[in-house]
Design a protein around this ligand. Structure first.
Ligand code: CTP
Length: 407
């Protein structure tokens, strides 16, 4: 699958923040993606992380001054600015953000920023009060207005001991941000799933009790439908096995919709198509139990209670996990209310998945009946990625990007 950073020339600007150590991880990830990395550091950054570490990882001398002592060499910020395909400033401190926003060029990093013609990505890192201060927010807005890309800050424990927004985004999140930006830019890279056959399940299932009643659930199918659209937009041929819902994907020649009603029908349609698929993404909310018997006629009201005997349905995802080949990729979902990560991890292993998308009903705005979702991805290499609350369409793109870049 494609790698939008391969061969890209990246300037990585590092500022003086506790989070500067993450620049080392970022450099490694960029080099792993076959990007060329030139590091620029502010004077303050050199107190937090050694230039030697970063020059060793990037395989290039780090630049932190206009002039190199003793070498009579001038680091030409104009050349640097023109060389780069992207300028990533991570971590970007409140002070550097203020300098960039006002056009000050009192060090080589800020001067290169003014010379750069490439897209600039700013990944802020600071304490929560600094981040929320109107001055910082004004500066961020100025940077946005000047067409810079701001990587969303993380939320959590800060170096000060406070808790809240302001953390530097995790290196993996910054990488994804960059990759997604370049994929949107380059029409050829939008076809990262060209040649792939993606099988998706979505929506609820209805388990009939009699001709008018059923056991169902509140799934709308929106998440799986968005996945079908996102996969098709990346060039995949998609089969969408869709439970009873009025929603449909936007018409696309590459999406085949297979409507089903019951868990058994979904099982049959999915298992039949899986050998022909390269990727399976099972997002449906399949009933775990179905009535043992379905009455052909409407069940009449009686004076006594009605007891329904339910029998277990087949687990489609677990079945696909047991038959998948080494070439096939399999992705599942986990909807949890407690011990979320532990339960999701158990499902990942038990059902032999490449990764699992966890959504917790404890997160406001996530799960059924919402147009938004907040997910965490856990994969079989023990990687974990947290995402913020987004529209289901944006979440679908994140999931497809994860697939493209990690498997
Ligand atoms: N799934 C499936 N077939 C089933 C049940 C679930 O394919 N009969 C798939 C779902 O599409 C989802 C994943 O399995 O991708 C997890 O479903 P979930 O209901 O959360 O997990 P279960 O294994 O059913 O466990 P539990 O209900 O106990 O949490």
């Amino acid at each position: 699958m494609s790698n939008s950073l391969s061969g890209k020339k990246i300037l990585l600007g590092v500022c003086g923040s506790i989070a500067a150590y993450k620049a080392a991880i970022l450099t490694r990830l960029l080099v792993k993606q076959k990007a060329e990395v030139q590091i620029l550091m502010t004077e303050a950054a050199t107190h937090f992380i050694s230039p030697l570490t970063l020059s060793t990882l990037s395989k290039r001398s780090v630049i932190s001054r206009f002039f190199d002592d003793g070498h009579e060499q001038w680091n030409n910020h104009v050349e640097l600015g023109l060389w780069a395909d992207a300028f990533l400033i991570a971590p970007a401190t409140g002070s550097t953000i203020a300098r960039l926003a006002t056009g000050m060029c009192n060090d080589v990093l800020a001067a290169t920023y003014l010379s750069a013609r490439c897209p600039v990505f700013v990944a802020p890192a600071m304490d929560l009060d600094m981040w929320q201060h109107p001055a910082t927010q004004r500066n961020i807005q100025l940077l946005k207005d000047a067409s810079n890309q701001i990587v969303p800050v993380g939320n959590g424990e800060l170096a000060s001991g406070l808790n809240g927004p302001g953390r530097l985004a995790e290196p993996e999140e910054i990488m994804l941000f960059l990759q997604q930006f370049f994929e949107k830019q380059s029409p050829t890279k939008q076809q990262a799933l060209k040649g792939e056959k993606v099988l998706i399940t979505a929506g609820p299932t209805y388990e009939p009790i009699d001709p008018v009643r059923f056991i169902g659930n509140r799934s709308s199918g929106r998440m799986g439908i968005a996945l079908a659209e996102a996969a098709a937009a990346q060039g995949a041929q998609v089969s969408l096995v869709l439970g009873p819902t009025d929603l449909r994907p936007a018409s696309h020649a590459a999406i085949e919709v297979v409507p089903v009603q019951t868990a058994q029908q979904m099982f049959d349609a999915t298992v039949q198509r899986f050998p022909n698929a390269t990727i399976g993404i099972l997002a449906a909310a399949v009933a775990d139990y179905t009535p043992l018997e379905t009455s052909d006629v409407k069940i009449k009201k009686k004076t006594s209670d009605l007891v329904l005997h339910l029998t277990k349905t087949k687990d489609i995802l677990a079945h696909l996990g047991s038959i998948k080949t080494a070439q096939q990729r399999l992705v599942g979902f986990a909807l949890e209310t407690n011990n979320e990560e532990e339960n999701a991890h158990k499902k990942l292993v038990k059902k032999n998945l490449d990764f699992i998308v966890l959504n917790s009903l404890r997160n406001k705005g996530a799960g059924f009946r919402h147009k938004t979702n907040q997910i965490t991805i856990l994969d079989r290499h023990n990687n974990k990625q947290y995402y913020e609350l987004k529209s289901k369409e944006a979440v679908a793109q994140d999931i497809i990007q994860y697939l493209v870049h990690h498997f």
